[in-house]
Design a protein around this ligand. Structure first.
Ligand code: HEC
Ligand code: HEC
Length: 306
């Protein structure tokens, strides 16, 4: 072998060692995040809803929360018998479990504190982090959680088995780099949750509660911008404040049409993922949309971040 060839062989071997070390680092780092056990202080009271009239009202409220407000069915399936949050080779396969009592569904002893851990803290039953975006549900009140559980338990059982969760190479890399958020890391130790939601009226106060589910995309200031952790083909989220590059000239009717039909005042339509949000908007009540609007109008005007 010539000296030159030997030199290149040496370089390749060195690269191989660096590559293997990097791969090992990525896997170790990702595994550490997935295997960490989080301690949760579940604070949901186990209120008995024995009286039939109260139970019926709770089921109706739970149904509305699941299908019009929190979007649980978007991932867990219209029948809540399970679906996929994500199913791709690069990122991973993330089944959203069957929440009914059918074959492949929640175990019979899945209790209220398990529900609380899963929904408001982003923690799986074994204490490890879930990939469910529980940040959206962190401000959910005890009453709402109980209504959702009462509704889900009233559903007919669905028999559906889903495969276990897995991560692809890109998902593993994003986990290692901290680019993929795991709600448990910020929510596991959170204890304060309101007992009840604000009074249901077209007020900014009730609107602020509803708007918690918009923050993951539109940001805490609601001024929009690129969506952290979003798919690469998602457009930036719009500015929802009354700033000139936001909703300055919009009326409530314009907002309502967008939330229900996805159509802007200029006749253009919103793209994914806002288009999917309109499936919830379509089922919101007039009071809910007016409350959201009152809240958005109460925000300080802000330019969209670049
Ligand atoms: C963006 C998709 C998505 C949405 C929206 C969503 N979930 Fe999930 N959910 C998941 C995924 C994925 C898992 C499994 C996570 C894991 O194990 O890493 C999960 C897990 C759960 C679990 C735990 C089940 C088990 O077998 O341990 C419960 C309970 C649950 N979700 C309830 C809800 C409720 C109630 C809502 C609405 C308030 C909701 N989810 C909204 C994706 C979602
Ligand atoms: C999953 C991410 C996501 C969530 C959740 C979300 N949005 Fe959006 N929203 C977007 C994106 C992205 C756009 C821009 C779509 C486009 O440019 O086609 C948008 C656009 C809009 C627009 C149109 C504004 C304009 O100038 O065109 C309104 C209004 C809006 N969102 C309101 C809301 C409200 C209210 C909520 C909560 C109830 C919400 N969105 C939740 C991602 C989201």
């Amino acid at each position: 072998m010539s000296a030159r060839a030997r030199k290149w062989l040496g370089v390749l071997a060195a690269l191989g060692v660096v590559g293997a070390a990097a791969a090992l680092w990525v896997h170790t780092k990702a595994r550490r995040r997935l295997e960490r056990v989080h301690r949760v202080h579940s604070d949901v009271p186990s209120v008995s809803r024995a009286e039939p009239e109260r139970r019926a009202a709770s089921v109706a409220r739970g149904e509305h929360l699941v299908h019009a407000r929190y979007g649980c069915a978007h991932c867990h399936g219209e029948d809540l018998g399970g679906g996929f949050m994500l199913d791709e080779s690069a990122m991973g396969r993330w089944p959203a479990p069957n929440l009914t009592r059918g074959e492949g569904g929640l175990p019979a002893d899945f209790d209220l504190s398990d529900w609380d851990k899963a929904v408001r803290h982003g923690v799986r039953r074994d204490g490890t982090a879930s990939v469910m975006p529980s940040q959206d549900f962190a401000a959910m009140s005890d009453e709402e959680l109980l209504d959702i559980v009462t509704y889900v338990r009233s559903l007919p059982p669905v028999d559906r088995e889903l495969p276990p969760r897995s991560f692809g190479p890109v998902g593993t890399l994003l986990l290692a780099l901290g680019e993929l958020q795991l709600a448990a890391e910020s929510l596991a130790s959170r204890t304060e949750h309101p007992t009840r939601p604000p009074h249901e009226a077209p007020t900014a106060e009730f609107g602020a509660h509803l708007a918690q589910t918009c923050i993951a995309c539109h940001g805490r200031s609601f001024a929009g911008g690129p969506i952290r952790g979003g798919a690469p083909d998602w457009p930036p989220a719009s500015n929802l404040t009354a700033h000139a590059d936001g909703l300055a000239t919009w009326t409530f009717e314009d907002f309502e049409r967008l939330m229900r039909e996805g159509e802007r005042p200029d006749g253009t339509t919103v793209r994914t993922p806002m288009r999917e949000v309109t499936q919830l908007g379509r089922r919101m009540s007039g009071t809910e949309l007016r409350a959201l609007w009152a809240f958005l109008r109460s925000l300080p005007e802000m330019p969209a971040p670049r």
